[in-house]
Design a protein around this ligand. Sequence first.
Ligand code: PHE
Length: 509
Amino acid sequence: MSSSGLTRIPIHPLEASLLRALASRSKPLDWIEFDDALSASKLSPDQLRRAVEWLKSKDLIETETRESTFYSLGEKGKEIASGGLPERKLVRLLQNFPSRNSFSMLSSKMGDEFSVALGHARKNGWIRIGKNQEITLEPDAAEKKEPEEELIEKVGSAGRILSSSLSPEERQTLDQLSKRQRGVIEAQPVKELSIRLTPKGLDTSAKLVENEIGEITPEVIKNKDWQQRHLRPIDVTSPAPSYFGGRKHPVRLFIEEVREAFLSLGFGEIRGPNAQSAFWNFDALFIPQHHSAREMQDTFYLSSSIAKISLDDKRVKSVRDSHESGKGTGSLGWGKGWQIDEARRVVLRTHTTAITIRYLADHRPDDARVFSVDKVFRNEKPNYKNNPEFYQIEGVMTAPGLNIRNLIYVMSQFYSKLGFNKVKFWPTYFPYTEPSLGPVVFWEDKQKWLELGGMGVFRPEVTAPLGIKNPVLAWGLGLDRLVMMKYGLQDIRDLYGANLSWLRKTSIL
Ligand code: PHE
């Protein structure tokens, strides 16, 4: 390998074939049509097209496309090519049967074509018509072929012919022919590509290295070929096709980020089924049985199942008591009339707080930090900020002496860890927390505050019946809205639109 090899422009064998073909013409810098370049270079159309693209990107050639037309014979044209034009048929008849030359005789022999044949033969000066309408051939007439006949032959034998390769006279003849009758000539519009060497291309063609090694194979190494032949340089900066492997969805990546944030803060992860009894989804959270959130227009009920919620379970009894009289919680409750059947209905969980409360009821911890990131379902019309199915980031902390200020601190830290710094906490209401706060984040794109869910300290009406002693700080936050803002989307539904170009662009953020 010579050191000059490194400074040479890499030229692929296909490119070399084209460069040589163009440069070896008598006027190497002239334009050449694609078809002529094909035969000159001996490349296939596909190879030539590739060579052209590559050489163009290196400024070694330039190209020009023009609208042009391909002509070929139509059905009628093919008939003429084999049987002749009508006037030619007339001439043949007269040559073969000179005596049968009356109008009526010829017209019965030729049918429809007779009048056309007559008109053209006359115009060409091939025939004379006598007084009694007898037709005679002019001497020497029709010896020569008409231009129309020649053109039909030419197009017929070429199969198809580009308008640019016809002379002006031929083009005029073609025009006449097409006007004669439909189906003689067919026209097909095409884009015609012409190619021209640039001076740099001409220069490069003079320096082409013969017989380069394009690929280092075991043979090349064994035979020590590389000692005699040049290696073809490789341009590592030239664009290559992009490959899009499988990758995680932006929502999935964000979920992992959130999990990582909680895990690194020492939280444990909890999970639970999508379908829940109304008991765990609503009752255990002190949501009254006539609360609007429990209605069909807000909640999906599974009509086919009934949950095994029974008053034999001490917790169910305590929850009932808490609802009816606030027993042992310092509250008056919602009053009599709590129905176990209502608690047995099965819902698609409307919040992950169902998982949280179940965890607390099962473990009754004095000290715990747990979270979950999971789907919830609400019977809502989709719009730019709501989907009937979305993810919640849920969690609780319980330990002696915790209060709402600890919660505000943890939540602020959490949001800023995810890159959201403009967060406020507005007072709000949930049946199960007191005080209750609603975090809002400033949505820069829309210049407005967007609600992100809720948080608060669980009420004694919730914790006491389940035997939980210490204060419980709880939160349930929308995840999808955060992802939407993070990626600058204007509509939450776009997250799930399976828009491939967006997915390819964004999932590596
Ligand atoms: N469950 C509430 C919701 O879905 C959020 C919340 C969770 C509020 C925990 C307070 C405590 O909007």
